[in-house]
Design a protein around this ligand. Sequence first.
Ligand SMILES: *Cc1c(COP(=O)(O)O)cnc(C)c1O
Length: 434
Amino acid sequence: MKLAINGGEKLRTAPFPAYNTIGVEEEEAALRVLRSGKLSTYLGTWHADFYGGPEVRALEAEWCEYFGVKHAISVNSATSGLYAAVGACGISPGDEIIVSAYTMSASATAALVYGAIPIFADIEEEYYCLDPRSIESKITPRTRAIIIVDIFGQPYDRDAVNAIAKKHNLYVIEDAAQAPGAMLGDKYAGTLGDIGVYSLNYHKHIHTGEGGIIVTDDDTLAEKLRLIRNHAEAVLSAKGITDKNDLINMVGFNYRMTEIEAAIAREQLKKLPALLEERLENTAYLNEKLSQIPCIKPTKIREGTKHAFYVHPLQFDAERAGMHRNSFIDAVKAELPPTLLREESTVLLSYGYVKPLYLQPLYQERIAFGKDGYPFNLSNVTYPKGLCPITEEMHFNRLVTHEFMRPGMTKNDMDDVVKAFEKVWENRSELLCD
Ligand SMILES: *Cc1c(COP(=O)(O)O)cnc(C)c1O
């Protein structure tokens, strides 16, 4: 059977079903707000509305309840949430923050915004989260925090990482953008460090188009986060804040979420458990079938954790396949159709995930703010290729990710995905002879 990449017939052309979590519940919630005429009620002055309107506050209370956490602070994106988290921790220019290079760029940019230097540590070979041993090897007297990502929905190694943080007096900021509903024991991902951040952007498990939620059990951090969200500097004197220590990083932004987004998010949160269960069932089905293909290694889940599978990572064995990962996966992609609502991403299968962040021009040229390279000019740190060998190996050679487990995919749809992999495996000699 000729492979589609070589001009043969595609295994399937009918698009895969959309992942669309928005229904009448969200429609009614948005209408309720529109009809009220109050699309936001935030005030950037010291007033009851400094903390937002009724939908924003209800969402925050419901988020606290669901995730078992003392404070939930809604923001307009997880990126804003990460920035506010670094600010609330009192990070100063020239401080160092340890972060993964294998994540969405904002996880590291959050350090730069406060003049701190991202220090990239390497990841675990099986779970792709920061490796505690690598974290420890990167600690210096300037280290102040670890931004740890529950990458792909896998909770990080809390016990080991938090012990290191405690020993060296570091904050742990957990980027749980990809892991809403994931768990370690009886605790939710996002609540495992000092501050956690979730995303509600439209790629994520549940969404409001754009949005984010910050969580913490610490009253002082929570209040700083709320100040940074809403023009901190404008309310400090009315609030009676004059202590020098309390003024650190109290420069505010407008990170506020609108009432419509909050009303939609409240409905989305109710749908999270069912959406997650379907995703986990689909992933288990695909993991079982795809790992029958000799060059595909099944995914491991960290002991004692529940994974949230934002994407489903797999590893590719080039030796078994007799070719590089990219050739094989390009051939599988050629067999498959796009997914509705995500037509722009063609086929929801890719290799490598993001390029290790330190290979971006920002880090290679050490220029962020201004022409003198602030904040890199406060540090001698450099970002050579080879800095994080496991991250590079995953990106360039081994990692495969897909999103064919998203709710809405039927068994038939998933079987087509498996058949495409099988077709390429069985006809792989076609890929070798050119
Ligand atoms: C999506 C994502 C973010 C950013 O989320 P936004 O809400 O789009 O700002 C941050 N970190 C990770 C790991 C993400 O996947």
